[in-house]
Design a protein. Structure first.
Length: 156
């Protein structure tokens, strides 16, 4: 019973936190993490449904630069999906032209589709097309998924 109640409370708290933030992007930490200034306060956003190469990982800087080129200094809208284990807001980010930054990262081949969290078929198709065409990180003969790279890095 305790597990059921804990699960229910977690579900209710997650479901009720959906919020939209509008603000100027003031920093791009890596390919899938940005910082926005919202009502004078900085908030960190982790992009929903994508996992970009980490700093120090092949294509990590190119992924970060792609994200910066798309959104740095621009006013964007972040639609919150949840929070991650670090309490960052996890969101889909919409650019000034209302296109999805998350989708663009997948389309350009600068992130993996995080299918554990996103079942979006359009995103899956964009990621697959980028892979087939050898776009972005898919130019690497043996790309390593960020979650595998993190495991190897922290084992050392």
């Amino acid at each position: 019973m305790r597990v059921f109640l804990t699960t229910l409370l977690l579900f209710i708290s997650t479901a009720s936190i959906s919020q939209t933030y509008t603000g100027k992007v003031t920093a791009v930490k890596d390919g899938d993490t940005i910082e926005m200034l919202v009502n004078g306060k900085p908030i960190r956003i982790r992009l929903f449904g994508v996992d970009a190469p980490e700093k120090g990982q092949p294509f990590g800087e190119k992924s970060r630069q792609f994200t910066a080129d798309q959104c740095f200094g621009k006013v964007v809208k972040a639609v919150q999906k949840s929070r991650d284990q670090y309490r960052r807001i996890v969101a889909e980010v919409f650019l000034p032209d209302n296109s999805s930054l998350n989708y663009r990262l997948l389309q350009a081949g600068f992130a993996w589709h995080y299918t554990n969290f996103s079942k979006n078929e359009t995103w899956a198709a964009a990621a697959l097309k980028a892979k087939k065409e050898g776009n972005g990180l898919w130019k690497d003969a043996h790309p390593v998924a960020p979650w595998d790279w993190r495991k190897k890095k922290f084992k050392r």
